[in-house]
Design a protein around this ligand. Structure first.
Ligand code: NQM
Length: 363
């Protein structure tokens, strides 16, 4: 016997995952974990017995429901399903899967489509922040085709515009959770920042790296990975995240001078595999760090520190991620007001995922 659960497989930005209505899943969180592990085929390096794509970027889940809050239309809970471990974590947001949430909400009737475009206000339950996602819609339906292009995804698609306000300290309590633009951890300069995603920014050169290595090259450097993980565990505690040994945050970002016309070059450990591009809120945090005096990102990029609107091109292994950041300066301290960026998303499959009924049998 198998249990059949309705869902959609969608690409959100440069990631891919299953999108569920919360009402189609169990209420108990531990049961939800079991269901998601079975749906994705974890734990198994190949995820051969499920729909997971054998990489953290394709082993993601969005759980969506009508919002219980008056400032949002829908609630979105993000779950990272480990590939090779029986672990499911809600310790982080995911801005890439977020790009598909507006479309999913319209497709499932949680939000009515307007003519031309529809603004969907999404509460990210992982941190409580609200974002506005603008989705192209026509005649009551989501439009997926269009001319928008994002690096890391072949071809073009309809644009999804994401707008974030007041997301500083969403997981750690403040933009600079250690109180400093730079700390020394294990002898390395580290900028700990949270503007939507806790990220530790490190200068690649201090680790004997150019910062332009491929994800494969960095992943096969085991001493480097051990060194970065040791710093991560210490940084997690300093960033008010507690013991992060089983959490997917903070992310670890090696930065170097831009070399393709952007402002800064990045390689991101998320936290154990290396991203083929960069996460959405990860990019927002790195871009924010660029305009903070004294940070590693600022010294490497030499960014303009003046308050106002900055368009920041963050380079990554497969191109650029452009973030528009608006900041102000209060008593000499930089405050990030909002950020805006472009993503695309696409419904790939709609149907049911089947899991063994011994995992969950609602009947
Ligand atoms: O930072 C990968 C992704 C992400 C997260 C990760 C993301 C974000 O690319 O908002 O999108 O860092 O785990 O999906």
């Amino acid at each position: 016997m198998q249990t059949e659960i309705p869902c959609m497989l969608m690409r959100g930005g440069t990631s891919k995952g299953l999108y569920f209505l919360a009402s189609d899943l169990p209420e108990d969180i531990n049961k939800i974990h079991d269901v998601l592990l079975a749906a994705m085929g974890s734990p198994d390096e190949r995820q051969i017995d499920g729909v997971g794509g054998a990489h953290p970027l394709t082993s993601k889940v969005a759980i969506v429901s009508k919002s219980t809050s008056s400032d949002a239309d829908v609630d979105y809970l993000f779950m990272q399903v480990s590939v090779d471990k029986a672990e499911v974590s809600a310790s982080q947001n995911c801005g890439n899967l977020l790009a598909g949430v507006g479309a999913f909400a319209i497709e499932t009737g949680l939000v009515d489509a307007s003519e031309g475009s529809t603004d969907v206000r999404i509460r990210m339950l992982n941190t409580g922040s609200v974002t506005t996602s603008t989705v192209v819609t026509q005649s009551g339906k989501v439009v997926y085709e269009g001319n928008a292009r994002i690096d890391g995804v072949p071809g073009t698609a309809a644009p999804v515009n994401l707008y974030f306000q007041n997301i500083a300290g969403s997981s750690c309590g403040s933009l600079l959770p250690t109180g400093n633009p730079v700390d020394l951890i294990d002898g390395f300069r580290a900028s700990c920042i949270d503007n939507g995603m806790p990220v530790v920014i490190l200068d690649a050169n201090e680790f004997g790296k150019t910062g332009y290595e491929s994800p494969d090259e960095l992943e096969s450097d085991l001493p480097l990975k051990d060194l970065i993980e040791a710093i991560r565990l210490k940084a997690g505690a300093l960033m008010n995240l507690g013991d992060v040994s089983k959490k997917t945050v903070p992310k670890m970002c090696l930065v170097a001078s831009a070399r393709n016309g952007g402002l800064i070059s990045t390689r991101n450990f998320i936290p154990h595999r290396v991203h083929e591009a960069i996460g959405v809120l990860g990019a927002v945090s790195v871009a924010s760090a660029c305009i903070i005096a004294g940070s590693v990102a600022n010294s490497v990029s030499n960014a303009d520190l003046s308050p106002g609107k900055h368009t920041i091109d963050v380079e990554h292994p497969t191109g650029f991620f452009t973030v528009e950041i608006t900041s102000e300066s209060i008593a000499g301290e930089t405050r990030i007001i909002s950020s805006a960026l472009l993503r695309t998303a696409r419904k790939i499959m709609q149907g049911s995922v089947f899991i063994p009924s011994k995992v969950w049998n609602p009947n």
